[in-house]
Ligand binder design. Structure first.
Ligand SMILES: [Fe+2]
Ligand SMILES: [Fe+2]
Length: 253
């Protein structure tokens, strides 16, 4: 199973067309089974920005594209437009062996994340089933990551939600938001934060990127592709042995 994880387009004058086109080039080449977009499609939640984002997403030639809302999308009443265009704030893609559940962690006009205890029973209901691979996608990161200064945006109920993730034996959690690529592994779950794929809003000398995730029976491999120089960093996790991993860096094409 191949999944491409892209994030933080920030459609506005902050969107960089050359990286938008490069993402589409890679998606055409990789032909993933799933594409997950972890929010901040727009910079301000404006209607025109959403229309541009939707036009762009419609160019992705993959049948299973799952999109969640970011804090920037929820600004200026954008949360209503997001629901109008994407139909749901909790998208689900499910097959016999796999489930991906999208979660809205945003709050209108507030940058902090919030999952909300009222949503836990729905999340539990969806994800308690036995699957070879269970994935959650949400905009906000649940564990602090480097280069983001003083931590202010972690969802206010992260502790309870991390416990739920552990109880449900979630394999992968995908997020965006901080525009700095990072991976943590906590217990049996891999937490993948995508950088911004297409915007100029970088941390220091950061770079635009996306992730290619491949799930096999025994391994999960994650390639982070740097869109500025096509370099790829790969990590492969043995699903049975928590400490065994492989790290390599080479040119993507
Ligand atoms: Fe963002
Ligand atoms: Fe964000």
């Amino acid at each position: 199973m191949k999944l491409c994880h892209i994030s933080d387009f920030h459609f506005s004058s902050n969107f960089l067309v050359k990286y938008g086109e490069k993402v589409l080039y890679y998606l055409d080449k990789i032909r993933p089974d799933f594409v997950v977009i972890t929010g901040d499609l727009t910079d301000n939640g404006y209607y025109e920005e959403f229309l541009d984002a939707k036009k762009y997403i419609d160019k992705i030639s993959c049948e299973n594209v799952l999109t969640v809302m970011g804090n920037h999308d929820a600004r200026n009443g954008g949360y209503e437009i997001f629901e109008e265009i994407f139909k749901t704030r909790y998208p689900v893609v499910e097959s016999r062996n796999l489930i991906i559940l999208g979660i809205d962690s945003s709050e209108p006009d507030i940058d902090e994340g919030h999952i909300g205890r009222a949503n836990y029973s729905y999340i539990e209901e969806k994800l308690k089933k036995e699957k070879n691979c269970k994935i959650i996608a949400l905009h906000h990161h649940l564990i602090p990551i480097p280069k983001t200064g003083r931590e202010r945006h972690i969802p206010v109920d992260s502790g309870d939600f991390l416990k739920l993730i552990d109880d449900l034996q979630i394999d992968i959690v995908l997020s965006g938001h901080k525009h700095n690529q990072w991976i943590w592994r906590l217990n049996n779950t891999i937490f993948v934060t995508c950088g911004t794929s297409t915007s100029k809003k970088l941390k220091g000398k950061g770079y635009q990127s996306f992730n290619l995730i491949e799930v096999e029976k025994d391994f999960i491999s994650i390639d982070e592709i740097n869109l500025t120089n096509d370099e790829k960093r790969s990590i492969s996790y043995n699903r049975k042995n928590k400490v065994d991993y492989l790290y390599i860096k080479y040119k993507a094409c």
